[in-house]
Design a protein around this ligand. Structure first.
Ligand code: SF4
Length: 151
């Protein structure tokens, strides 16, 4: 049976970015197909109940670990607290990995949900993971950053 891998949906052509664009990365798609992987596209922000398009958001008052531990929040650019939606999406991503036996994820770099090496806190790019990535990493899912292309 082929290995199932979780992939940020925007990286495989879904128009689910906050601005209703995609980050379709043909090279990633071809690489995973060549490896014989089964791609499981997933957008945590849509899964958490935020529509597309939606206001951009960033972690606020701390990093993803602090949000997971209830010590920081996620706010959109209008100041609306979207922490619950982000947490719901992160937990749904983890549940998808658990139920489908997924041990690897390819995630969109710099996103407040999917960033791996970089994300945004208070609208400033910083080192560290997004919320979904942090939760997946806590549970042993190997997360690989993918820059993707804007289209
Ligand atoms: S980076 Fe993650 S949360 Fe943002 S659009 Fe892509 S899949 Fe959705």
């Amino acid at each position: 049976m082929s290995e199932r891998v979780l992939v940020s949906a925007c990286l495989v052509g879904t128009y689910c970015r906050y601005d209703a664009r995609t980050n379709f990365d043909h090279e990633l798609l071809h690489r995973l197909v060549a490896e014989g992987c089964t791609i499981v596209p997933f957008c945590p922000e849509e899964a958490g109940g935020l529509g597309t398009p939606r206001p951009a958001a960033s972690l606020s008052g701390g990093g993803a670990a602090e949000v997971l531990d209830g010590q920081a929040r996620v706010l959109d650019i209008h100041g609306r607290d979207v922490t619950d939606e982000f947490l719901r999406g992160a937990r749904a991503a983890l549940e998808t990995c658990r139920t489908q036996g997924i041990a690897r994820a390819y995630l969109k770099e710099r996103s407040p949900s999917c960033g791996v090496c970089a994300t945004h806190i208070d609208e400033v790019q910083v080192a560290g993971p997004g919320l979904t990535t942090a939760l997946l990493q806590r549970h042993g899912v190997e997360c690989t950053p993918i820059e993707g292309r804007k289209a």
